[in-house]
Design a protein around this ligand. Structure first.
Ligand code: IMP
Length: 200
């Protein structure tokens, strides 16, 4: 059976990606199964560049197809920040959320529109050249005044997707996995993976 390495150690991402792929004939492993692979520095200037960097590095180390997700939160009144620096905005999710809420408050702007972005990249090691499949997904919404809900990870407690009165954390993984940036990016890359490997 086709084996794919999910190029992440983020348990939240892993759970969402595994759930989406559960009905496909693929065996999923992750960076948690390869502790010897060093931390990959996200040197890119875009989500897509960082996703490619992670997927190509992990595919190189494992000689397996590697699927990477680079994602983040772009907030309008903060000129798109934290963006590609979403995971580096603080040491913990709590610290990052606090920093975002404070930064928005300091702008004195009532406008709290934001979007989540996810770039996906699958690198397939193949002689003489790697093959690369890519996709992108977006989820639009707004930032709440304070954190609400327990499910999910990262900025989920302060992100309310358009069309809902609950945050991602309150909606839970099942609904999030139908409407999120990651779900949309996966919905776009999965048909490419199925076609490439001729999966049934
Ligand atoms: P990276 O893709 O590893 O650079 O990290 C992305 C960071 O963006 C995560 O650590 C979270 O802080 C944030 N993020 C990405 N996707 C989500 C999501 O679905 N919910 C909440 N936070 C997210």
């Amino acid at each position: 059976m086709l084996k794919i390495v999910i190029a992440t150690r983020n348990a939240g991402k892993l759970k969402e990606i595994s759930e989406k792929l559960k009905d496909y004939p693929v065996v999923l492993v992750s960076l948690l199964d390869y502790p010897q692979i060093p931390e990959i520095e996200e040197k890119g200037t875009t989500f897509s560049e960082n996703a490619f960097l992670k997927a190509s590095t992990v595919s190189h180390y494992t000689n397996l197809p590697a699927l990477a997700d680079d994602s983040g939160l772009e907030i309008d009144c903060l000129d798109g920040k934290p963006g590609i620096y979403s995971s580096r905005w603080g040491k913990t999710d709590e610290e990052r959320i606090e920093k975002v809420l404070k930064a928005i408050q300091e702008t004195r702007n009532k406008e709290r529109k934001a979007r989540f972005v996810c770039a996906m990249c699958l690198v397939i090691p193949k002689y003489p050249e790697n093959r690369t499949l890519t996709s992108e997904g977006f989820c639009y919404g707004k930032i709440t005044n304070f954190p609400q809900g327990d499910a999910g990870f990262g900025y989920d407690p302060i992100f309310m997707p358009d069309g809902y009165n609950l945050t991602f954390s309150q909606l839970g993984v099942e609904i999030k996995n139908k409407i999120s940036h990651r779900a949309k990016a996966l919905d776009e890359i999965l048909p490419q993976i199925i076609a490439y490997f001729q999966l049934k």
